[in-house]
Write a protein of this length. Structure first.
Lengths: 204, 204
């Protein structure tokens, strides 16, 4: 019988050597996910993930600059597909976004994970860089809602789709971070209506 | 010569006894402010504030449930008056809000203080309650921008002014929390325009 530590390190070398990158990445993400689910965010560290995934810490750092970046990817890959839907109208897409995001935050542990990530990013430079990069990716993704609207002629050609995406995300984040998730579908529809149609009295 | 600790506690009793409540409150807020400025947020505790203000901790807890509530009041009382202006138009008021808030966050330490407060509120229940209460007060205050617009007939009577206020705040918070403060006045005007007029193609 081999010593546990030698066994461990041999198995680690073997599994890293045998796997192609996408598999290793998946194994790392699976391990990270399992740790969050079983131990909560408090137990989450690159060290713990490396141990569980039987990967070396350098392998993890090759793809993710730190634990917040890894946590963000775990968080993002479990976001339901219905958050980004092409319903054929901008208002429909925005309602789908709010519906999907608020349900995901409220019904799973995802809201807590995301709150933790935002908090980390306010104190730690590496976490801040990861959250900023994540926000810019989401800005581009949600921006497509508004770009499709412009392409259809539904939205004005001179709007700034990035600012619209920031307003969409900002509204949702603000409600999460102040513990006021929206559950009422009518409130979501009203928010979507105001975001898209604005607030002005309709013209004559 | 008296022992320092006895001297200290005598002076503390005297100053509390002699002051009327508003003065004590001011003294506490001044002490809290001075600690944030001189030692940063890391040195900020009810204990440190009590010592500097020569007040008892129970006196502080009488008015503020915890350090985040106290920090929020210090933060808020230094917000410049130009954040909430009645310019005569909703879009003008929203531009003034963005201009004032982003300048305040960017040019003073206030942005860092507020980021710290938001972070605290994601992990600590008392801090969360304080931030939520603060957000609801601000919602009411900023909501007046939109209520004035409705009263003038500028905005549609059936809008939800609270949701509009959340969108205003959410957009600004999101930019702060992802390290993307807006400095360009044209970007602020465009954001204000989209918030108020919406995104739709103008009708024929």
């Amino acid at each position: 019988m081999t010593e546990p530590s030698a066994d461990d390190s041999e198995e680690r070398r073997r599994s890293i050597g045998a796997r192609r990158n996408p598999d290793t990445q998946e194994a790392i993400l699976d391990a990270a996910q399992a740790i969050v689910e079983e131990e909560g965010i408090a137990g989450f560290s690159i060290e713990a993930v490396a141990k569980r995934a039987r990967a070396g810490k350098p392998t993890i750092y090759k793809w993710w600059p730190g634990r917040t970046a890894l946590l963000l990817e775990v968080y993002h890959r479990h976001k339901p597909a219905n958050v980004h839907m092409d319903t054929g109208s901008v208002e429909g897409d925005v309602v789908a976004f709010f519906t999907g995001v608020f349900a995901h935050w409220g019904n799973t542990g995802a809201g807590q994970v995301f709150r933790f990530i935002v908090a980390e990013a306010q104190r730690d430079e590496a976490a801040a860089a990861s959250l900023r990069a994540y926000a810019l990716e989401r800005r581009q993704q949600s921006g497509q809602i508004f770009e499709r609207g412009v392409a259809r002629g539904e939205l004005a050609a001179d709007i700034d789709t990035g600012l619209a995406a920031d307003m969409l995300a900002g509204f949702a984040w603000h409600r999460l971070l102040t513990g006021r998730l929206i559950a009422d579908p009518e409130e979501m529809r009203q928010a979507a209506r105001q975001l898209v149609r604005g607030l002005l009295t309709p013209g004559p």
